[in-house]
Design a binder for this molecule. Structure first.
Ligand SMILES: O=C(O)[C@H](O)[C@@H](O)[C@H](O)[C@H](O)COP(=O)(O)O
Length: 238
């Protein structure tokens, strides 16, 4: 039986960003108290930047926090499409500049080679992640688990020994690198950050109809409830 998601609703994206930053900071602080360090995996895209900037200002011993992307576009880190660029410019600043970062992107000949290099970096972290934050696209993808990807079964294989795989998809603008399903659902705290009425309706429909969209599969495979942080988009505020 799937543990139902726990909703955390906010009136505005700004209120969400501040409270989400408090909650993530508290979870990271608890992890450090428990095991002397904290592992944080974050998604990219257009939603998380305000939350990243709020989190970057929280009083934590960031020198004991290790950050990694949940997924990455196979583009140079100077590209506006780079999640690493987004994270370095919005999260690894202010107090959070002291955190360490494990990249997924590597300047290799092929995306498959980059996945192997990324996996070497992720494999030396003391997994599982203490906090892993997902986003969701309008097609129900999460991480780089794209519904139209020929590699979807590989990245969603609950028994894959791989930690990182490449994941091309016609709907993805560029080749992708992604943590695999077992790494995602092993997180001690798994959260989903979505904004806008359309994404809320889509997510609720996927769950209600048990659609086999990637976000639905992640929720089904998660051994513990997923915390969903939601607010309307700025453009939807009355
Ligand atoms: O690399 C990425 O794009 C993300 O990791 C991806 O999974 C993202 O969370 C969704 O696509 C939502 O993106 P938006 O926040 O832009 O809607």
């Amino acid at each position: 039986m799937r543990p139902e998601p726990i909703w955390h609703d906010f009136d505005t994206p700004t209120l969400l960003a501040e409270r989400f930053a408090d909650d993530v900071a508290a979870a990271l602080g608890a992890a450090m108290a428990d095991r002397g360090l904290a592992l944080l995996a974050v998604s990219g895209g257009t939603t998380p930047a305000p939350f990243f900037r709020a989190l970057s200002q929280r009083e934590l011993d960031w020198s004991k926090i290790h950050v990694a992307p949940v997924d990455e576009r196979f583009v140079p880190i100077t590209s506006e499409r780079s999640n690493e660029k987004l994270i370095r410019e919005n999260l690894l600043i202010n107090k959070a500049a002291a955190a360490s970062f494990t990249p997924l992107y590597h300047e290799t000949m092929t995306v498959q080679e980059a996945a192997i290099a990324a996996e070497r970096g992720i494999s030396v972290l003391p997994l599982p992640f203490d906090m892993l934050i997902l986003g969701m696209g309008g097609d129900g993808h999460t991480a780089s688990f794209f519904p139209d990807s020929p590699h979807l079964a590989d990245v969603l294989d609950p028994k894959t020994p791989r930690l990182v795989l490449s994941a091309d998809a016609p709907s993805a603008n560029e080749p992708r690198l992604t943590l695999t399903l077992p790494v995602v659902v092993a997180a001690r705290r798994l959260t989903l950050h979505i904004e806008g009425n359309d994404k809320r309706t889509l997510f609720e429909t996927i769950l209600r109809e048990r659609q086999d969209k990637p976000i639905g599969i992640v929720i089904e495979q998660s051994p513990r409830p997923v915390d969903v942080y939601w607010a309307p988009k700025e453009s939807e505020l009355s």
